[in-house]
Design a protein around this ligand. Structure first.
Ligand code: ADP
Ligand code: MG
Length: 381
């Protein structure tokens, strides 16, 4: 076991890394963050910020020498970086798991080969290949295999011609072509799995998106107990097949009543932010615990929760050219509301700047409170 006040390493300086730093600090650990952005939210909160590229030899040397173990907050850390660090210190999750989750072709192939239900898709690596895909895939979504997030690197395409044009638009990068599904609902399961294979799943969250970006998560999801159990079992099965050690987020579609895996994230997940305030142990504390070889915390949810993301767009409601701070007093006067701001340097459209979570005893009033707080701040439907 790695005990406080040991120093932990974090690859990536975004808000997920920042929450890790805060959780680690509460438990008495020190954290070194590696991120090339001088103003990264996690770097600013850390004990030490290595402002360098993910493959910078000096920075990796400092992590290997100065940290007892290292983890990551985003899936695009080069696999070589993780492999290199793993020679010196425990590195969780491992490079193989991250590699599967960071490439949509590898991810979808992994899932379907192992019998997890996914929607119909085809891997696309050339424009001519698009001509011979199953016509039943259309209308479809073309997604770049790597580096897409928050709906970026995706195009809705009605037919072969549109798919070819979109593929060229992505400069011929490898893609997956997915059938456009009718969605009854989107849900996710975040879980923590330790090196002995013990798992603590969090309750399933129900997610709604705007412009491809997570907007609201309701936990627990308004689905049947049987369907929640099925999603949880699938997420646990995926983690086991991967030999995953760490916190994993699995996104699902419910389409015509059926659960299909959409994608997975080898890290804490935005839809798991409700766990910070509504569960005995939040997803970031679990990440610290697994990294340090501590027993997993109790994932039980003690309050109903609704989480609302706060995007940079809010800063430009008053004036489209100049950022203005939203009227936080409208949120802060709600007693059951927990506001989290990530202290990002600059507000941008579509950028995740913060979130809030409303807690309560029963489901519907919590949803109403959260939706009222959301519109009081000026977020429109
Ligand atoms: P990312 O979260 O990495 O941007 P996703 O694949 O999760 O990418 O897509 C973002 C959102 O777009 C999904 O949560 C869903 O709302 C919508 N979407 C993606 N793929 C499909 C699909 N095949 N059918 C219907 N909706 C989709
Ligand atoms: Mg997604």
């Amino acid at each position: 076991m790695i005990l406080p006040p040991a120093t932990l390493g974090m690859l990536g300086g975004g808000q997920l890394g920042r929450f890790f730093v805060l959780a680690a600090h509460e438990m008495g650990y020190r954290v070194i963050v590696l991120d090339p952005d001088r103003n990264s939210p996690a770097g600013r909160a850390a004990d030490e910020h290595l402002c360098a590229a993910y493959d910078d030899a000096d920075a990796l040397e400092r992590l290997a020498q100065g940290c007892a173990a290292v983890t990551t907050e985003f899936e695009n850390v080069p696999a070589d970086t993780l492999d290199h660090l793993a020679k010196f210190i425990p590195t969780r999750p491992n490079a193989e798991c991250v590699a599967v989750a960071q490439n949509r072709i590898a991810e979808k192939t992994f899932l379907s080969d192992r019998g997890f239900a996914v929607g119909p898709f085809a891997a696309v690596t050339s424009a001519v290949q698009i001509e011979s895909v199953d016509p039943a895939l259309f209308p479809a979504v073309l997604k770049v295999a790597r580096f897409g997030y928050d709906g970026k690197g995706q195009a809705r395409v009605a037919n072969v011609a549109e798919a070819k044009a979109a593929f060229e638009g992505f400069r011929g990068e490898a893609c997956v072509l997915e059938k456009m599904l009718t969605l009854d609902m989107e849900v996710s399961c975040v879980l923590a799995r330790d090196s002995a294979g013990r798992v603590e799943p969090f309750p399933i969250a129900e997610n709604s998106h705007r412009n491809g970006i997570l907007d609201v998560s309701i936990a627990p999801a308004r689905i049947s107990g049987a369907q929640a159990a099925e999603a949880t079992e699938m997420a646990i099965g995926i983690a086991a097949e991967l030999g995953y050690v760490g916190v994993l987020g699995v996104e699902f579609f419910i389409s015509e009543g059926r659960l299909l895996v959409n994608e997975m994230a080898p890290r804490p997940h935005n839809s798991g932010h409700y766990t910070i305030d509504a569960c005995v142990t939040g997803q970031f504390e679990q990440q610290v615990r697994i990294l340090c070889g501590l027993p997993l915390g109790d994932a039980r949810q003690h309050s109903r929760a609704v989480m609302v993301n706060l995007l940079g767009d809010l800063w430009y409601e008053r004036d489209p050219h100049h950022a203005h701070e939203p009227e936080w007093s409208r949120l802060l006067r709600v007693p059951g509301l927990k506001l989290h701001l990530y202290r990002k340097h600059h507000a941008r459209h579509g950028r995740k700047m913060g979130h809030f979570t409303v807690l309560g005893e029963s489901g519907e009033p919590v949803i109403d409170l959260a939706m009222n707080a959301r519109s009081a701040l000026g977020i429109e439907d």
